[in-house]
Write a protein that binds this ligand. Structure first.
Ligand code: ADP
Ligand code: ZN
Ligand code: ZN
Length: 721
């Protein structure tokens, strides 16, 4: 008899432990099983298998519990490698999450330890099983065709030999069998030779490849040729027969990186991002597992792909907040990437024009090795003009498009160049107020005002997605006096642009226009082919894009993000301004940027204008030090949610009473209601992260801790709102 220990698929933290079952057949760690649990059947993930000579009764006596048998085993082979298993355990410990949630987030949907996932798609194949017998000419042709190919898709045989394949099957000379569908490796038609590196780039490549350090921060202004450095380092790793992972922050950036990677290397490339269907993800996963894919371009979760021989990991735009997963386990991709690089003994290259404060501070403490690309390839930075919108509006200019921006836009269009306009808010109007009582229309499920979307003629909640038509009467005072609209988003900006520039071809890219599959690629592809003159969009167009014909970038409401209370809001706004400006003038055409703000004197705006990262870093670190925020301290956010504020506050209080150490315990803070859930937060702030983690873990494992429901834990949170 075998004793099988497994983690069970249940979201409750109180069940985050292995449960023991018995089994007689073949079974190994890493496979999924169906097990009885209470009155239900549940999926489990096998952690450990132990052969025993004991009888069931003896084992039960020794363990002090009744043992039930495993119902059945789901997988023929383990789903994850021993490395990934170790990684899941590390993640459970560092992010204070459940083991099963770590396994779930590491595996593609098809193989998740989940009962609901549809099985992987299969394809029919044909192969030879017997000697050729007496055959007609046509049959012989079909037979030879299959024999020559060895293995061939049934659909392909049927297309060419529809009339005869049945006979071959009948005679037992060939057979049909099923195999899991396999993705084709991507190869580009265009090949792009290695570029002659500039002196700066060569120095960077030499410094990284010649050093024995583990982590490098490649800091270089936008357009300084960081990608070219990544590609050179990747080529070196590939030549040694190793695998390479290139991480990009957003799915909108993958097409461009894929293009650059695939046109450079004639080698197996896999692609992994959230826009893929679960079947597609599974196919890419298998390409990596089989070793056919040598290089992977992907977003956050590709850090969990089953590489067997990694030689380099690159993390482009390392400061980007999308590298942090918000759901449980709230891991940061940078930490996961570093873990893997240590396991494979390879280098991690973090690249950015605006490194996160944490990473840059680590270069000062010599934890990371700093490598800089100080100049743009074309040696010119864009010319930045700041427009004070308060003043402009007092002068009677439009609050959306200032005169300065309009003048430059018409010039750009006249010159046959393209422009990018960034406005980090979607929809038409951002606020709708009752004319009679002045109350704002809020989402029925969240404490958040609803935006008006003109195309859909709907009010939308950007947090939970609720949509509703504009009510006939005010939900508060029931007046039918009507509503006034305030604020504007990308939809209105697009509208305003087409009114001002009726001949311009305008495209919009935001969450509303990119909900369909492949829509990112389509919009960016069309803009790249110059099928539009102006690209309007939210932050998804600010990053990484490299279009030589773009000579103007306009940033609307550039300092809006500074109003947020989050301790990172200045850093996030500064990054966005720097990144967006970096889209302009990347080739030999000089670039311009118009930055519309309400407070031009803010240091984040001033430093972005001067493209001065070091100046910003010094100012921001001063404030972080004064408030004792990261990178001077570590934070752990514990957020409970419940149906009422009172209940969530009460639960938070129970947690707070158990956490005392050398760190500060801040809160209880009542947060905005989201999705009908009231939320309360406690923030731990201290210098000893291990102590804080251990205390939280101890609490979670206590009886009191197990009784707390709906608790979200975020170690090193990125956002606190
Ligand atoms: P970054 O990633 O730092 O923003 P890129 O690698 O995208 O910069 O480079 C900016 C532009 O300069 C790209 O269009 C790229 O093709 C070009 N470029 C980069 N390195 C070289 C080089 N050594 N020689 C010629 N052009 C280069
Ligand atoms: Zn009203
Ligand atoms: Zn809502």
């Amino acid at each position: 008899m075998k004793l099988v220990q497994c983690w069970v698929e249940h979201p409750s933290r109180s069940l985050d432990q292995v449960f023991t079952y018995t089994y007689d057949g073949e079974i190994e760690p890493g496979v999924r099983v169906s097990v009885p649990f209470g009155t239900r059947e549940i999926i489990g993930f096998v952690e450990h298998v132990e052969e025993t000579d004991e009888t069931q009764v003896q084992a039960e006596e020794r363990l002090g519990m009744k043992l039930k048998p495993v119902n059945y085993v789901l997988d023929a082979a383990p789903l994850i490698t021993p490395e990934l298993h170790e990684m899941a355990m590390w993640m459970r410990k560092t992010t204070l999450s459940t083991a099963i949630s770590c396994f779930q987030c590491m595996l593609p949907g098809k193989v998740k330890p989940s009962s609901s996932a549809a099985p992987a798609a299969k394809e029919k194949w044909v192969r030879i099983t017997g000697e050729e017998g007496s055959l007609t000419v046509k049959q012989l042709q079909a037979y030879s065709f299959i024999r020559e190919k060895g293995d061939v898709l049934y659909s392909e045989v049927r297309k060419q030999y529809a009339g005869v394949i049945g006979k071959l099957l009948e005679k037992g000379m060939v057979e049909i069998y099923e195999k899991e569908k396999e993705a084709d490796l991507r190869f580009s038609d265009i090949t792009d030779g290695e570029k002659q590196l500039t002196e700066d780039q060569q120095k960077a490549v030499d410094e990284i490849s010649g050093s024995g350090d583990r982590v490098f921060l490649l800091k270089g202004v936008t357009g300084s040729g960081k990608t070219e450095v990544y590609l050179h380092l990747a080529a070196m790793a590939l030549r040694q027969g190793k695998q390479v992972l290139i991480l990009v922050p957003e799915i909108s950036l993958t097409p461009q990186m894929i293009e650059r990677v695939s046109s450079r290397f004639r080698t197996g490339l896999a692609i992994y991002h959230s826009g893929l269907s679960s079947q597609e993800k599974y196919e890419q996963y298998r390409l990596v597992l089989s070793g056919k894919a040598r290089i992977v371009v992907g977003t956050r979760s590709s850090v969990f792909l089953p590489f067997t021989d990694l030689g380099l990991v690159v993390m482009d735009e390392e400061h980007d907040s999308s590298y942090k997963q918000e759901n449980q386990p709230a891991y940061h991709c940078r930490d996961a990437a570093l873990w893997r690089c240590e396991y494979h003994n390879c280098k991690l290259v973090l690249g950015s024009a605006t490194p996160s404060l944490e990473s840059y501070a680590r270069t000062i403490r010599k934890v990371y090795h700093l490598v800089e690309l100080p100049h743009r390839i074309n040696r010119t930075l864009p010319q930045i003009t700041v427009v004070n919108m308060k003043q402009a509006m007092e002068e009677g200019q439009s609050g959306i498009l200032s005169d300065a921006l309009c003048t430059r836009l018409s010039q750009t269009l006249k010159n046959g160049r393209q422009a990018i306009l960034l406005l980090n808010r979607r929809g038409y109007h951002s606020l709708i107020k009752c004319r009679s009582c002045q109350s704002v229309i809020k989402c029925p499920h969240c404490d958040i005002s609803m935006s008006w979307h003109r195309e859909d003629r709907m009010l939308k909640c950007h947090t939970c997605g609720t949509m509703m038509p504009l009510p006939k009467a005010c939900p508060d005072c029931h007046s039918t006096a009507g509503f006034s609209a305030y604020g504007f988003g990308t939809e209105k900006l697009e509208h305003e642009l087409s009114a001002q520039f009726p001949d311009a071809r305008i495209m919009r890219m935001d969450a509303d226009t990119t909900s369909r599959k492949n829509s990112h690629e389509k919009i960016l592809g069309a803009f790249g082919r110059k099928e539009a003159d102006i690209l309007v969009g939210t932050q998804m167009i600010a990053k990484g894009l490299d279009y030589p014909n773009v000579s103007l970038v306009g940033i609307i409401n550039g300092d809006e993000g500074l109003n947020r209370t989050d301790f990172r809001s200045c850093e996030v706004s500064f990054d966005l301004l720097m990144q967006a400006s970096g889209r302009s003038g990347r080739s030999d055409i000089p670039g311009e940027v118009v930055l519309q703000v309400t407070d031009p004197s803010h240091y984040a705006v001033q430093c972005a204008c001067a493209q001065d990262y070091d100046g910003f870093f010094a100012r921001e670190m001063y404030f972080r030090h004064a408030g004792m925020y990261p990178p001077y301290t570590y934070l752990i956010a514990l957020t409970v949610s419940a149906a009422t504020q009172e209940a969530s506050d009460r639960a938070a209080m129970r947690i707070r009473d158990h956490l005392q150490g050398s760190y500060r315990t801040i809160g209880i803070l009542s947060l905005l209601k989201i999705n009908d859930r009231c939320r309360s937060r406690i923030l731990l702030k201290g210098r000893d992260l291990d102590e804080m983690r251990n205390d939280v873990r101890k609490f979670l494992d206590s009886e009191e801790g197990k009784s707390i429901r709906d608790l979200r834990i975020d170690v090193n949170p990125m956002v606190l709102d």
